[in-house]
Design a binder for this molecule. Structure first.
Ligand SMILES: C[S@@+](CC[C@H](N)C(=O)[O-])C[C@H]1O[C@@H](n2cnc3c(N)ncnc32)[C@H](O)[C@@H]1O
Length: 290
């Protein structure tokens, strides 16, 4: 894969926001729906996945207008529709046409899907939305400030904003190990990959996220909950599932991918007894209730 974002890394320069979008768009154009494939099967101890966990913030009595920011292929909107039927008015926004095409196929005609950046939601009126949801995407957004500003503008007073974001790596040894392995491979192709990462790093840690959100919403309305979610499978299955979830794997040149998969499979084989066919991921749910 050749993107302007990766080219900038090779020049040892920090890629700008346009290059980030170009990079994300290419990955999603070539692999639409990849987040959903992983996340649907990533469950907590009660069997709930992260889409279901996020949608719990919707209150049947109180909420009608729901916006899914960076909706991707539409799994969250689809879950909301299944759970609440026609009682909700659903809107999805995403930059990727390839993802929106998948969303359009599965969602009822009443769903509004818009190709746009989360940084500019000018097509939504002030205080029009009851709930803004964002599943696995806030981490990618840079600049993230304008996104949070737009969310606070479109939310009605007393509305809810909730997002699924990365949890603290140190809560799962295998998550730390696997990230390290994937990043060490991508580091062989792009030395600076780790240095710049995707999106705004403040979203990736509870303390910095709390502070960031506090600039746009009242501190007392913010909660961040952490939970472990797992995928299960044989070493080979875990290796390919996990590799396909990390954006870094998509940056790896094609000829290096088989070696990454071999290393991941070896890791899961060697730890089969300890992990018992399970890979746990720490995940945070941010909730801002006005
Ligand atoms: C990891 S995927 C998550 C997709 C979906 N929410 C899910 O969980 O299945 C991230 C999504 O964010 C979208 N995205 C990234 N940056 C964006 C931005 N600034 N504005 C709107 N969408 C964005 C991508 O196109 C992609 O569909």
């Amino acid at each position: 894969m050749e993107t302007s974002w990766l080219q900038e890394l090779q020049r040892n320069k920090k890629p700008d926001c346009e290059k980030l979008l170009d990079h994300l768009l290419q990955i999603h154009r070539d692999n639409p729906g990849f987040t959903e494939k992983y996340s649907t099967n990533c469950i907590d101890s009660s069997g709930k996945n992260t889409y279901q966990w996020l949608a719990e913030v919707i209150e049947r009595e109180d909420h009608i207008e729901v916006l899914d920011l960076a909706c991707g292929s539409g799994p969250l909107l689809s879950h909301c529709h299944d759970k609440f039927g026609g009682n909700l008015s659903l809107t999805g926004v995403d930059i990727s046409k390839a993802e929106l095409n998948l969303a359009e196929k599965r969602l009822p005609d009443t769903t509004t899907l818009i190709q746009a950046k989360a940084q500019n939601l000018e097509f939504i009126r002030d205080e029009e939305i009851d709930v803004v949801l964002c599943h696995w995407a806030l981490t990618l957004m840079d600049p993230v400030g304008p996104v949070l500003k737009e969310i606070s503008r479109v939310l009605r007073p007393g509305g809810t904003f909730a997002a699924i974001v990365d949890g603290d790596k140190s809560f799962s040894q295998e998550y730390e190990d696997v990230s390290e392995l994937i990043y060490s491979w991508v580091g062989k192709a792009y030395q600076n990959y780790r240095k710049y990462e995707l999106g705004d790093v403040r979203v990736r840690q509870k303390e910095t996220l709390q502070e960031l959100i506090g600039h746009y919403f009242r501190e007392e309305d913010i909660t961040i909950q952490q939970k472990l979610f797992s995928v299960f499978g044989t070493p080979a299955k875990l290796a390919s599932n996990v590799a396909n979830f990390f954006y870094a794997s998509y940056a790896l040149p094609e000829n290096m991918k088989p070696s990454l998969l071999d290393d991941l499979q070896e890791y899961f084989k060697n730890n089969e007894k300890v992990l018992n066919h399970e890979f746990r991921m720490p995940i945070n749910r941010l909730i801002v209730r006005g």
